[in-house]
Design a protein around this ligand. Structure first.
Ligand code: ZN
Length: 76
């Protein structure tokens, strides 16, 4: 207890499945346990076409769902 929460100063090591505190990182920002570089973990922005694909599939699924509902409604 007593240690401050320092959001953003901890890195997640997927190899170790553990959080690594900033002060425990190596000089290159590597995990002290497995040596994986953990800095520069900012994810690249999601490309627009991926968003478009997501939106399109949501619309498509919604359309198919609507079709399904109307089909069921017409066959009950
Ligand atoms: Zn690690």
């Amino acid at each position: 207890m007593g240690s401050e929460q320092r959001a953003g100063l901890m890195a997640w090591c997927e190899e170790c499945d553990a959080l690594v505190e900033d002060e425990d990182l190596g000089e290159e920002g590597e995990c002290p346990t497995c040596g994986t570089i953990l800095t520069d973990q900012e994810r690249p922005p999601i490309p627009w076409y991926f968003k478009m694909m997501l939106v399109a599939s949501v619309i498509y699924l919604g359309y198919r769902g609507y079709q399904g509902v109307t089909w069921i409604a017409g066959h009950v």
